[in-house]
Design a protein around this ligand. Sequence first.
Ligand code: FDA
Ligand code: NAD
Length: 434
Amino acid sequence: MAEKHFKYIILGGGVAAGYAAREFSKHGLQPGELALISKEAVAPYERPALSKAYLFPEGTARLPGFHTCVGSGGERLLPEWYTEKGIELVLSTEIVKADLFSKSLTSAAGIIFKFDNLIIATGSTVIRLTDFGVKGADAKNIFYLREIDDADKLVEAIKAKKNGKAVVVGGGYIGLELSAALKINNLDVCMVYPEPWCMPRLFTADIAKFYEGYYTNKGIQIIKGTVAVGFGSNDNGEVKEVQLKDGRVLDADIVVVGVGGRPLTTLFKGQVQEEKGGIKTDAFFKTNVPDVYAVGDVATFPMKLYGDIRRVEHVDHARKSAEQAVKAIKASEEGKSIEEYDYLPYFYSRSFDLSWQFYGDNVGDAVVFGDNDPASSSHKFGSYWIKDGKVVGAFLESGTPEENKAIAKVARVQPVAESLDQLSKEGLGFASKI
Ligand code: FDA
Ligand code: NAD
């Protein structure tokens, strides 16, 4: 059996992996010291593009345009970059076995990769309706979106089912971004989700009201408070209808499902400490196993700002945690120390001509400010969250870069607010004073 040894291995080929590779290279690497192993066939890329410009009929994004690290304004790491830096880019290679104590990973083809230091960056996988035994959920043209291969299949289906009907199951990030992308492609779109409003893990009812109104005005049908319980298909096995729990049946040529993600930690079960569904790390993304780090979606890390531990499934954290882990590895080699990770949660999304940003924590009482009438032309509105008299979270739709910077500062500084009423009246003015 072939065996290879590397001083550093990054396991995963997503966002965190790309940013970790760049950080290693910044610190200086010897050729052959670092390998990046990914089951995907392409070098790391900015995953958020897959649910946005990758699906657009015009101004379409394609690789190599969005390889990491362009998403944060950095240099694009093309496959040649890895070669130039002496980094072994091991693509189309799934690791099926990990032994953290003997420091070895085994690929599906039986190659053994030994490491001195490991960064686990395996990200998340999708939760499937077949996981809950939903009848007919394995029909053709029912899509999930995580990797570029999934996006390619969806693009093919959009072409094949021109002007057809699409049902989107789920009202979270994928649900909202994909409904917009399908509508832009001229499909007749219906969204279905169980909660009383969309994106309930972040949006308040007031925020959601704007997006639901906006989507409805774009011609997207929204069905709330129910779930898909079955799918009917034609003789070719292609999905034709979605059966809802409330008894309704929807016609469908394409179904896109976005009912959440699950961190990919299975390879390491029983070998590493886990918490909150992820691999537990310290403020340097070090796990309880010596020389093993975990970053991005899989890491459950100390959130210094809030004094608790969390897992974050967003790109900004994937980038920053990867950089922090590599800095920590390099510092420990030199007997130095670095600052603890002090993360300010930052989430964003874009669809149609909308674009929002959120910073901080969505806990406590929330108040909306600005114009959240979906029919008006400004689209500029936001929300603050107050806990124990302090503003802890801020959301803004259609903010300018300066305005987004101002709400980020509010969430970081956590200024005292007199009342919800004051915040509602002052709106962005409150943030710009901080
Ligand atoms: P990521 O999923 O990027 O990478 C994991 C990698 O590991 C993959 O290449 C995978 O193939 C590989 N892998 C896993 N197991 C393996 C194994 N056993 N062997 C080999 N390789 C293995 N966030 C945000 O803030 N704004 C946004 O707009 C979006 N948009 C968005 C769109 C879509 C479609 C998705 C799916 C996700 C987003 N996100 C987002 C979330 C964001 O992309 C996500 O948090 C980061 O990609 C996480 O980075 P990681 O590197 O941890 O995982
Ligand atoms: P999500 O957690 O955002 O949303 C899941 C949604 O699924 C819930 O809001 C709920 O409405 C719905 N749901 C749950 N069970 C259901 C059921 N049985 N039937 C119908 N609906 C059901 O997850 P997602 O949208 O699938 O996103 C997957 C991952 O990708 C997440 O990690 C997310 O953070 C990431 N992502 C992020 C962005 C972004 O940050 N802009 C964009 C796309 C994807």
